[in-house]
Design a protein around this ligand. Structure first.
Ligand SMILES: Nc1ncnc2c1ncn2[C@@H]1O[C@H](COP(=O)(O)OP(=O)(O)OP(=O)(O)O)[C@@H](O)[C@H]1O
Length: 522
């Protein structure tokens, strides 16, 4: 008796000491095998779904579905009563899992199956004892066995409860984290909406993409029509990234003549070529630790595209005349209004560079596809005008707004801004902009010109008639030159006004003038 008490205490202490469920079940079955003359003991526990019993000490694939009544465990669980089974009756059941369990039971010819439940009757699993010619009542009727089972069930339930608490805490902290992430993204989105205005779903989505892109180091390619906000997108990516305190270096590939672009990007050493009196740091080096924004990337010459590709792969480059390569840790954002896929097909843009640039592609929709943004954009530009000029209209009438919604805005938000700012000048202070203050005709004329070149709109020599065109590129360039020339004449050589009226940045217009040999006088 004294001996049994001692063993019982030792056993209980050992079970209580087990750090987790797996260790507890392993230790309990080992004690059973040692103390109660059985060949093998198994503890099968319910899986997380509660629909299957799993046997951790056997093959992990050994599962006994609780609603599969071809094995005896389901019956035992349903009846909540133990039962004994001979090896012969088990063999007759012809159940693969049961057979595997028997085979691992060291020559047992009988098994004892007992459901294990908590005090509140919740099932924990089942106990399976295997023996050779056993008298089961004698085994399970022992006080030591009963005591051990009581401790086992208590500890098993306690571990489950603790695991459950840990699991709940994990779930809670995970959902708290995701709430924090969502809240921080919402705050960033709201902040970005102050400069990248627009309540449409497309703009909400665009701001979300900017924030996600900012959180990565991927190269971003921003595509969209002219004036739709690509530059703002690139700035947003920089501002919301961890490089925001580093430089934001902008290169307009269309505004810099081809011959100078390489030098601008790579820089040169002193004496690298005649006239290089001093070393010049390139823009790649200047962008170290920050963001390099290559605007109008579609205009980059092919030879330079290859060099850029290499830089993007290694972040190494060699300034003109330098012996050593330099390293620059920049993040690349590129933008273009050109359909790059067509330029790739025409052999004017490298496909591999395109893929390298568009690790994170972003497309900005034209304004005509998001008319919900018009009203807020108008108010934004009116507010900007008042801030800058110290006076201006109060707002915009609903008729004027409706009128704007009918218009296609080929120059997108830039054109809208110009239209609104012009209207601000026409509108008396403290009044609303009216339909008659809006001048949409200038762009409309341009649209007609593009649509009907044969109708005699182009007054310039050098533009072939429609039926004479045999070189599309040359004809397009001649056509472009003719428009620029006409527009410069219209604005008496004022490049800023001409550029604005054409929806082009001033530098782009300057470059085009140089490229097409168009003079200030038009
Ligand atoms: N969603 C917007 N909210 C406020 N202003 C905007 C928005 N989109 C564009 N703008 C304004 O419109 C003008 C043109 O925008 P931006 O320069 O970013 O266009 P872009 O697509 O880069 O044009 P381009 O192709 O000619 O380089 C800028 O004055 C810019 O501030």
């Amino acid at each position: 008796m004294q001996m049994e008490l001692h063993t019982g205490i030792e056993l209980a202490v050992d079970l209580i000491r087990q750090p987790d469920r797996t260790a507890l079940l392993a230790s309990a079955t080992a004690h059973m095998e040692r103390l109660f003359g059985i060949t093998r003991g198994w503890l099968l526990e319910l899986d997380a779904s509660g629909r299957a019993l799993i046997c951790p000490r056997l093959d992990a694939a050994l599962r006994f579905e609780c609603d599969d009544f071809s094995h005896p465990f389901s019956h035992v669980l349903r009846e909540a009563q133990p039962r004994a089974l001979s090896s012969a009756s088990c063999a007759r059941l012809d159940h693969a899992g049961l057979t595997a369990l028997f085979e691992a039971s060291r020559g047992a010819d009988s098994i004892w199956i007992q459901p294990l439940m908590q005090d509140d009757k919740r099932t924990l699993g089942i106990l399976v004892l295997c023996g050779q010619d056993p008298v089961w009542d004698a085994v399970i009727g022992q006080p030591l066995f009963e005591g051990m089972l009581a401790v086992l069930v208590h500890q098993w339930a306690a571990h489950l409860e603790r695991d459950d608490r840990v699991w709940q805490q994990r779930l809670l902290s995970r959902s708290l984290n995701s709430m924090k992430d969502t809240e921080s993204e919402r705050q960033k989105n709201a902040l970005l909406a102050e400069s990248l205005v627009g309540p449409s779903t497309a703009m909400e989505d665009l701001r979300g993409q900017i924030i996600r892109a900012a959180g990565s180091q991927l190269s971003v390619l921003v595509q969209g029509e002219t004036g739709c906000g690509k530059d703002l997108v690139a700035r947003g990516i920089h501002e919301f990234s961890d490089r925001k305190d580093g430089p934001f270096v902008v290169v307009n590939c269309a505004a810099i003549p081809d011959s100078l672009l390489e030098n601008e990007l790579f820089g040169h050493t002193k004496g690298a070529f005649s006239g290089a009196d001093a070393a010049k740091e390139g823009l790649l080096a200047q962008a170290d630790g920050g963001t390099l924004f290559l605007d109008e990337i579609g205009d980059m010459p092919m030879a330079l595209q290859s060099k850029l590709l290499r830089v993007l792969e290694t972040r190494q480059f060699r300034p003109l005349g330098a012996r050593e390569e330099m390293h620059s840790n920049f993040r690349l954002v590129a933008a273009t209004h050109q359909p790059l896929q067509i330029r790739i097909q025409d052999g004017e843009f490298r496909r591999d560079l395109f893929y390298r640039l568009s690790q994170f592609p972003i497309r900005v929709l034209p304004l005509r596809d998001r008319p919900e943004d018009l009203e807020l954009l108008c108010r934004h530009f009116i507010h900007g005008f008042r801030e800058r000029e110290g006076n201006g209209p109060l707002g915009i009438s609903s008729h004027a707004l409706e009128y704007l919604k009918q218009y296609g805005f080929p120059g997108n938000v830039r054109e809208l801004r110009n239209v609104i700012e012009f209207a601000c000048l026409q509108t008396p202070e403290h009044e609303d902009i009216q339909v008659e203050d809006l001048r949409l005709d200038m762009m409309a004329t341009q649209e007609t010109a593009v649509a009907e070149p044969e109708a005699g709109y182009i007054p310039q020599p050098g533009v072939p008639a429609m039926h004479e065109i045999d070189d599309l590129r040359a004809a397009s360039q001649a056509f472009e030159a003719a428009i620029i020339s006409a527009r410069l004449r219209q604005f008496r050589g004022n490049r800023a006004q001409a550029a604005e009226s054409l929806g082009l940045p001033k530098r782009t217009l300057a470059h085009k003038c140089q490229k097409f040999n168009v003079s200030e006088a038009g």
